[in-house]
Design a protein around this ligand. Structure first.
Ligand SMILES: Cc1cc2nc3c(=O)[nH]c(=O)nc-3n(C[C@H](O)[C@H](O)[C@H](O)COP(=O)(O)OP(=O)(O)OC[C@H]3O[C@@H](n4cnc5c(N)ncnc54)[C@H](O)[C@@H]3O)c2cc1C
Length: 600
């Protein structure tokens, strides 16, 4: 039986109401348009589109993959092109894009909710529009008015797609090693020459044009990250009147055969004196590309959630149906020869672990999208700065923790299927294969952890960290004042104390010996993630108690009661890991660095 998917519309609405508080931000541009009816329509229509159009192509895409032809063209799997046409016609790419270039200007929060649905339904497909959105952000922030007018409308409508070209054969994490060169031309354009590898959506048959954003070095630039510039390099040059002109001298040399996301073309791109246009200032390319990378990092974190969600849904359905063994406490289905898998506490452990992660991660992702909105649209500079601080601090945590855990829960969901999970037909092994890349690309997770401890903690004198800890203190104080929430609030206070202890240890030891900071980075990031999840679970538990006391008319009693059970699971069975993580973070680097190279 192939895997199925139902978009979690109700849970998303719960988060929008009780965590994000969409209604409280009506004063901001774009939020007034997001009326409750509009939000419901977008979520329900979005669910219909991804369930009916994208999800049925998920296994097809995995089986067929993309095909490179002798003339350098790439075709996507059966049905992708038609589905993309429907995506464009439905205006799905326009939701949160700026109005002045044809977007709807709605809050990022709504776009993010749709992105989760889309990515669960078909991760490989979702990457074509996903990368386009990142490229749109970079051009919108760093491009000239002329570039914005020329490229954004067609990218936002989806008629053209976008890519990001950083990686080269000898250079992945360390972008200072980039060899691609850009030579200035008399007319103000540039000629780019070099090879980029692993370029997602680099060549395909779904859109009329592909706008590549390419990092390269200009003559005389330092041979380090300081010498990198960013260029727009279109597949087809664009004429003054906006029509498509000559084919640019760039081509797809090969496509990768890889572990997952087969429906997304991963291309080796050759730039052979290709015409490009500088974005922003020369040698400030990495800063401009970071706009795209930050959007992409949040999107990749969302991939972890999305694959864990669809894997969980299928595992839960399977566990209900599959009869195997008897409950430890005696038969629960005496009319059958065996009980369902759901009677086994260890199966429930795997399901509830995934569920607590999914619902916590959804709250975190939508809240982060709100911070992105507030960072641009809040009324006062102080509010904009506060939102930017929090988002900047938590971006590496969202990218790394959500993908590490998304992979872990997808694997556990596969485990619930026993041997059948390992068999292609059920689709579970595809989720595991697809989501695995999310831990690697967009800055491998270890590099995210270094970004957190090496840069983000101390950024602006630690302003973001202080604001984050205050935010957590606020919700702990509220929890302590309510007897129903007291145990959860105490558990969170304890985890937060461990985080503060590890932070203090880092301040004392990380500067003196940077290897201590490197050795602490991953457990520290995971510890911070648990505290954030604790924050959201306390907020959600509080809202659930209040809604139940009020009659729970909106989502029903069963919904809120289940939320409280899942909250308790988080506080009793996930948050206690904070102690182990703090101990690991403070263990230091000495032993890690002790083996000599020839002993490995
Ligand atoms: C399917 C797929 C799609 C991709 N899509 C794109 C794309 O669209 N555009 C694009 O430009 N690239 C893309 N990439 C490339 C991807 O971003 C890189 O593979 C990734 O950044 C890691 O670089 P690398 O493979 O060279 O690994 P390396 O940089 O060699 O790193 C190897 C390992 O060492 C660790 N490491 C490296 N340096 C450090 C350090 N300083 N400190 C601590 N640990 C370190 C890393 O965490 C990693 O686990 C894609 C890759 C794949 C497989």
């Amino acid at each position: 039986m192939p895997a199925t998917y139902r978009a979690p519309v109700k849970d998303t609405q719960f988060v929008l109401k009780h965590v994000v508080g969409l209604d409280r931000h009506r004063n901001l541009p774009g939020f007034a348009d997001a009326t409750p009816d509009m939000v419901t329509a977008i979520l329900e229509e979005g669910a219909k589109f991804v369930e009916g159009v994208l999800h049925p192509l998920n296994q097809v895409g995995d089986r067929e993959g993309c095909t490179l032809h002798a003339d350098g063209t790439v075709t996507t799997p059966t049905g992708f092109k038609e589905a993309y046409r429907q995506y464009v016609e439905g205006g799905w790419g326009t939701l949160m894009s700026p109005k002045e270039y044809g977007g709807q200007g709605l809050p990022h929060v709504l776009g993010s909710a749709f992105e989760e649905f889309q990515t669960s339904a078909n991760m490989a497909f979702s990457m074509y529009p996903g990368l386009t959105m990142g490229a749109v952000s970079a051009i919108h922030v760093a491009g000239s008015d002329e570039q914005k007018a020329k490229y954004l409308p067609n990218m936002i409508s989806g008629h053209w797609t976008g890519t990001m070209n950083l990686t080269e054969p000898h250079c992945g994490t360390d972008l200072g090693l980039i060899k691609t060169r850009a030579e200035p031309q008399a007319d103000g354009s540039w000629k780019l020459t070099g090879t980029k590898i692993f370029i997602s959506s680099g060549e395909h048959d779904m859109a009329e044009n592909i706008i590549h954003l390419v990092l390269a070095k200009t003559p005389g630039a330092p041979d380090s990250v300081k010498g990198i510039s960013l260029f727009i390099v279109p597949k087809f040059l664009v004429n003054e009147d906006g029509s498509l002109g000559a084919r640019n001298s760039l081509s797809c040399g090969s496509i990768e055969h890889k572990m997952g996301i087969h429906g997304n073309s991963t291309c080796l791109m050759n730039y052979d004196s290709a015409t490009g246009y500088l974005v922003g200032e020369e040698m400030k390319g990495l800063k401009a590309m970071f706009i795209m990378m930050n959007v992409a990092r949040l999107g990749v974190g969302g991939q972890g959630l999305a694959q864990s969600e669809i894997a969980y849904q299928n595992a839960a359905a399977y566990a209900k149906d599959r009869l195997q063994g008897r409950a430890l406490t005696g038969p629960k289905q005496p009319d059958q020869k065996a009980d369902s898998l759901l009677v086994h506490p260890d199966v429930r452990r795997m399901l509830l672990d995934a569920r607590a992660f999914n619902e916590g991660a959804r709250a975190l992702c939508l809240w982060a999208a709100l911070q992105a909105d507030l960072a641009h649209k809040a009324e006062t500079p102080l509010e904009r700065e506060a939102a930017d601080d929090l988002l900047s601090l938590l971006t590496p945590v969202i990218k790394a923790y959500l993908t590490d855990e998304g992979y872990a829960h997808a694997t556990n969901a596969q485990q619930v299927f026993g041997g059948h999970g390992y068999i292609q037909e059920w689709g579970m092994e595809q989720f595991v294969r697809d989501v695995r890349i999310a831990m690697i690309y967009e800055g491998a997770n270890g590099v995210q952890a270094l970004d957190l401890v090496g840069r983000k903690l101390a950024q602006n004198g630690g302003r973001g960290l202080r604001a984050f800890l205050q935010m957590v203190d606020g919700v702990i104080a509220e929890g302590r004042a309510d007897a129903r929430l007291m145990p959860h609030a105490e558990a969170l206070a304890d985890a937060k104390a461990r985080l503060e202890q590890a932070t203090f240890w880092l301040m004392q030891n990380g500067m003196a010996n940077p290897d201590h900071a490197g050795a602490a980075s991953t457990p520290y990031l995971r510890l911070m993630a648990l505290v954030i999840f604790g924050y959201f679970w306390l907020v959600m538990a509080k809202a659930s108690h209040e809604a139940l006391a009020d009659g729970a008319a909106d989502f029903g009693r069963e919904f809120y009661e289940a939320k409280l059970i899942t909250a308790r699971h988080f506080f009793e069975r996930q948050l206690p890991d904070a102690h182990g993580l703090a101990a690991k973070a403070m263990a230091g680097a000495d032993n890690l660095m002790a083996l000599a190279a020839d002993q490995f």
